[in-house]
Design a protein around this ligand. Structure first.
Ligand SMILES: Cc1cc2nc3c(=O)[nH]c(=O)nc-3n(C[C@H](O)[C@H](O)[C@H](O)COP(=O)(O)OP(=O)(O)OC[C@H]3O[C@@H](n4cnc5c(N)ncnc54)[C@H](O)[C@@H]3O)c2cc1C
Length: 501
């Protein structure tokens, strides 16, 4: 069996996640795995909120949860609280609302039975939302009747170090230098990369994890950037940190707070809170954005705000081209409104692990079937996440500025328009099997941002009224009791991070 020499260029989150996954899951296929990282260029240093899929990724790689949490100052995350996006704050939880009854979605049943229900608010039928509101959570608590998932908030720099240590223990070759040149074979495959010290590194497959530079993928023939800024108009972020005063103030959710020209995030870690102010430079100057932050956070000084990060929303037409696979920011970018970039890294890695060929020929004229399949799958991933993010902007209940006026009136992709139209007309949510955001996620945003459905499932009226009311009542009370009986989140964090106050 042939073995591959794989070169990962980039040592940010994407580079080290890719390296560790290949070392752990493809060790029989690897001859060598080299990671080249430029200290001079550094990594983007943000990317701290995740979604629950990261847990499965860690499990697949045999990562110990407690070791990971301690090493990265991580906290648990049960969802995202959106503020100012709808008439009142709402939480997008990592779990279902209620339970379907006789095959009819719970939200449709509740709508029909509002007058006989203990609460008309669908949020009261979600255990993760109840836990967020009461600030309760322990990963060790199990519930007989309810299930939901959780994710983490993590320190991005510490996460990269944590992964790097494991890669090096497994024999990864680590080169700390900058790639200054690239040599190609006649068919466009990369033959080698040259470092600034003059040394060349050859490889069969190159993983481009060079961040926004997209150093290896972008120059490949036929690769173009598909720009989605007309749908997601924010283009600048100013990150900053604020201290965590008290463990009791740490919440088990990310906050996303809309403002006149975009939104800002709050990601509570065990050691600090990561913040970022995202806006569209077409509508707001950076100078004014900095003033706005200092006005909202009067204890901060101008020098506490990090340099701005500018980004272009969209993705490259191919994420795999010839013997280059781009993973992370080098493949495209979608803003962190739903914490999806690390998920997209994970999806790319798992697809690569599954599709990695035994031989990568430098004379083959046609793309590999694996390359075509990878691009098909990743394009679908990018587009389904894109549509979900656009929904937030398009249906936001803000018209406070020309920015939000633009969002309200902008055209949207046909795939999203279909989803909204179907929900409005029937209460049904179109769900594709390979989509990362399933029905409860869409429902959270529709409901939270006042997108109303006019008609319910016609089979509802045939359900026995009393029986349905009993079931709704039971669900409601069991969720409230389960939430009350769960340990305080602060106690869980104190137990996990014994250095907290
Ligand atoms: C404002 C903002 C907020 C974000 N928030 C979230 C979030 O909450 N959740 C989430 O999931 N994602 C988030 N992301 C995305 C997340 O930050 C990235 O997906 C993640 O950090 C991976 O980045 P990366 O490894 O692709 O790139 P980087 O971190 O930029 O790493 C690039 C690496 O390539 C190296 N490199 C570059 N050029 C060369 C060269 N010539 N030679 C050698 N090495 C080179 C660099 O030194 C570095 O090591 C956010 C992104 C932004 C911009």
């Amino acid at each position: 069996m042939n073995k591959l020499n794989i070169v990962v260029v980039g040592g940010g989150t994407a580079g080290w996640m890719s390296a560790l996954a290949l070392l752990k899951l493809k060790k029989n296929t690897l001859a060598t795995l080299t990671v080249i990282e430029s200290q001079r260029i550094g990594s983007v240093g943000v990317g701290e909120a995740t979604i629950p899929t990261i847990k499965a990724f860690h499990q697949a790689l045999g990562i110990d949860e407690q070791a990971f949490i301690r090493a990265t100052n991580a906290t648990y995350k049960l969802g995202i609280q959106f503020e100012n996006w709808g008439p009142s704050p709402y939480i997008h939880p990592f779990g279902e609302y209620g339970k379907s009854i006789a095959g009819i979605d719970f939200h449709q049943v509740l709508k029909h039975h509002v007058n006989n229900s203990p609460s008309q608010n669908i949020d009261d039928y979600s255990l993760p939302i109840a836990l967020c509101k009461l600030n309760k959570f322990s990963p060790n608590t199990t519930y007989q009747e309810h299930s939901f998932a959780y994710a983490y908030h993590l320190d991005a720099k510490k996460y990269a170090v944590f992964l790097q240590q494991q890669c090096q223990a497994l024999g990864a070759v680590h080169i700390s230098d900058t790639v200054s040149d690239i040599s190609h074979h006649a068919n466009g495959h990369i033959q080698s990369v040259t470092l600034s010290n003059g040394k060349s590194i050859t490889g069969d497959l190159f993983i481009d994890c060079t961040g926004f530079k997209s150093l290896l993928l972008r120059p490949q023939k036929e690769v173009t950037f598909e720009n989605w800024q007309h749908w997601l108009p924010s283009d600048t972020a100013i990150p900053f940190a604020t201290p965590t005063q008290n463990t009791a103030d740490i919440r088990p959710y990310t906050r996303s707070i809309a403002h006149d020209y975009g939104w800002r995030w709050e990601i509570p870690l065990a050691s600090r809170t990561g913040n970022g102010y995202i806006f569209s430079s077409q509508y707001l100057s950076e100078e004014q954005a900095r003033k706005n932050i200092l006005h909202e956070f009067p204890k901060l000084k101008p020098e506490d705000l990090r340099p701005s990060i500018t980004f272009k929303t969209g993705r490259y037409s191919h994420n795999w081209k010839n013997n280059v696979v781009a993973i992370g920011l080098s493949a495209g970018f979608l803003e962190p409104l739903e914490s999806t970039s690390i998920y997209l890294i994970q999806a790319a890695i798992m697809n690569l692990v599954e599709l990695l060929p035994e031989v990568i020929s430098t004379t083959q004229p046609e793309p590999l079937v694996q390359e075509l399949e990878f691009n098909l799958r990743m394009n679908r991933e990018w587009e389904t996440v894109r549509d979900f993010l656009i929904l937030h902007y398009k249906c936001a209940n803000l018209s406070s500025s020309p920015f939000w006026e633009y969002c309200k009136h902008m055209d949207i992709p046909a795939t999203l328009a279909k989803k909204i139209a179907l929900y409005k007309s029937s209460g049904s949510i179109l769900e594709n099997i390979d989509e990362i955001f399933l029905q409860p996620s869409w429902l959270a945003v529709f409901n939270g941002q006042n997108v109303e459905s006019t008609q319910g499932n016609i089979r509802i009226s045939a359900l026995p009224k009393n029986k349905v009311s009993d079931m709704i009542n039971h669900l409601y009370h069991s969720i409230q009791v389960s939430a009350q009986q769960t340990p305080d989140y602060a106690a869980t964090l104190l137990q996990t991070h014994n250095n907290l106050k």
